[in-house]
Design a protein around this ligand. Structure first.
Ligand code: ADP
Length: 455
């Protein structure tokens, strides 16, 4: 599998899992919302029916007869109800008055049963033919063949005088039962609408999730892809950098073997071998240092470092080199002692790289100044030179590994192209900022801004 295929299949995997997890969460959410909506509507209907039944029960109870044939009494209380086996007086206005909140006759109906659960009376316009016996459970759902459903609720009625009587002819002084029926068509329609919205909405949401998953997985893969490419570029650069000194080494060794050489000649060739070997060794040391800096960003072994001492030591160390190149190396260190938390040898290496570069990329007679002071409670180290300068478009790139402004020139100076990359990595490890300002032909200023640790 080549790199492109590998990244594409990883992206597909990522998008698939992202979409699957989102689909799972969406389904759970939809089921939850659906159930809570339906349950709350169902609960509201039941509450409504219970409260209507309660109101009717309370207003009927005092008027109910204790014994004898209740037909005549019922006729008096509910002139609008149809009595069993009697002609039905169909006067809607009266039933509306009695049924208070259930005035919608197409939605509600009433039935009255005696305590033997036999039907006594019922409201006119019953939506369907029902048994004249009361079912035992208080809540029932009646399904009609045309798909319409009714919910029925039955409540026990007590006669007004029964509470005072001691000898009851039947259990618990029950007079009979009141049954309220309710049409569930509106509820069913609303539930169907919710289902419809979910059935239509869910695939649309899933499609959007799938599209966004694809886009997001692309975004997620981008830094990995870039890092992979950088890694590949790095490997290619390392191979290239190793190739040149190795080729030179081999050529030198071959020359020693092939030709009859004088002692002097052999010495020159051995010097070349040593130089190339040293260059290889430097390159490998730099690579190992860079890798260890990137792998180990731990600040555990940090100690307070005196920056004044560090700058003074470094200036002293580079003075000889500067003098040999006819460069005026000066140093301005403030009187106040400035400390920072860090790894001294790494900080040493960082500033040394900056000073070495300043001396490297400056014509004879130039000036290099290293300064240390505090600005806005931060320690500032500046390495300023009057050298060749760096073009603006290259200033960011010089911190990349193996990047050289002028490849041939820099290679001739013996630089590995890793100096500033190492400096940047050390700065990052110390939470410091390394920046450059430069004008071509006038010189450069490298500034290191560090935390100032007061002791
Ligand atoms: P090298 O080991 O080649 O010097 P560096 O990473 O230290 O690599 O620097 C990268 C490039 O930045 C160099 O090739 C050089 O062109 C440029 N550079 C660094 N410091 C300076 C400076 N003080 N003045 C001009 N150019 C510089």
């Amino acid at each position: 599998m080549n790199t492109r295929q590998l990244f594409r299949s990883s992206r597909i995997h990522l998008a698939f899992w992202y979409a699957s997890v989102m689909a799972f969460i969406l389904s759970l959410l939809s089921i939850g919302v659906y159930r809570s909506l339906v349950e709350s509507k169902w609960w509201a209907i039941k509450q409504e029916m219970e409260s209507i039944a309660g109101i009717l029960h309370d207003s009927l109870e005092p008027m109910l007869p204790t014994s004898g044939n209740p037909t005549q009494v019922l006729k008096a209380i509910f002139p609008e109800l149809c009595l069993v086996n009697q002609p039905c007086n169909n006067n809607p206005s009266l039933i509306q008055r009695h049924t208070i909140g259930i005035s919608d006759r197409s939605t509600y109906y009433l039935r009255l049963f005696d305590h033997h659960q036999n039907l006594l009376a019922f409201s006119p316009h019953q939506p369907f033919q029902q048994s004249s016996r009361l079912e035992s459970s208080s809540w029932q759902i009646v399904n009609l063949p045309n798909g319409i459903r009714y919910l029925q609720f039955s409540i026990m009625l007590h006669s007004g005088n029964s509470h005072n009587q001691t000898n009851h002819s039947h259990d618990d002084s029950s007079w009979g039962y009141l049954q309220i029926g309710r049409n569930l068509q509106v509820f069913d329609t609303e539930v169907k609408q919710i289902q419809f919205i979910l059935v239509i909405g869910f695939p649309i949401a899933l499609t959007l999730v799938a599209i966004s998953s694809w886009g997001l997985s692309g975004l997620a893969m981008q830094p990995i892809y870039q890092s992979y490419q950088q890694q590949q570029q790095f490997t290619a650069n390392v191979a290239h950098e190793l190739k040149t000194p190795l080729a030179s080494l081999l050529a030198t060794v071959e020359a020693v073997n092939r030709v009859e050489n004088s002692q002097e000649n052999i010495q020159t060739l051995l010097n070349t071998v040593e130089r190339q070997g040293r260059r290889l060794s430097n390159l490998i040391t730099d690579l190992l240092l860079l890798t260890s800096l990137e792998q180990n960003s731990s600040q555990k072994q940090f100690q307070p470092c005196c920056l004044n001492d560090l700058i003074n030591d470094l200036t002293e160390e580079f003075l000889e080199l500067a003098v040999s190149k006819n460069i005026d190396l000066t140093c301005d260190v403030c009187d106040e002692e400035i400390y920072t938390l860090g790894n001294e040898s790494e900080l040493y290496r960082l500033v040394a790289n900056l000073i070495a570069n300043a001396i490297q990329y400056i014509p004879s007679g130039g000036k290099v100044n290293v300064s240390l002071n505090t600005e806005h409670k931060k320690a500032m180290i500046k390495v300023q030179d009057t050298g060749i300068g760096i073009p603006p478009e290259q200033q960011k790139r010089i911190f990349e590994r193996f990047y050289r402004v002028n490849c041939d020139r820099a290679r001739k100076t013996g630089g590995t192209g890793l100096g500033l990359a190492i400096a940047k990595a050390i700065a990052q490890k110390h939470q410091a900022y390394l920046t450059v300002e430069s004008i071509v032909g006038e010189g450069s200023v490298f500034t290191l801004e560090m935390l100032n640790q007061r002791l």
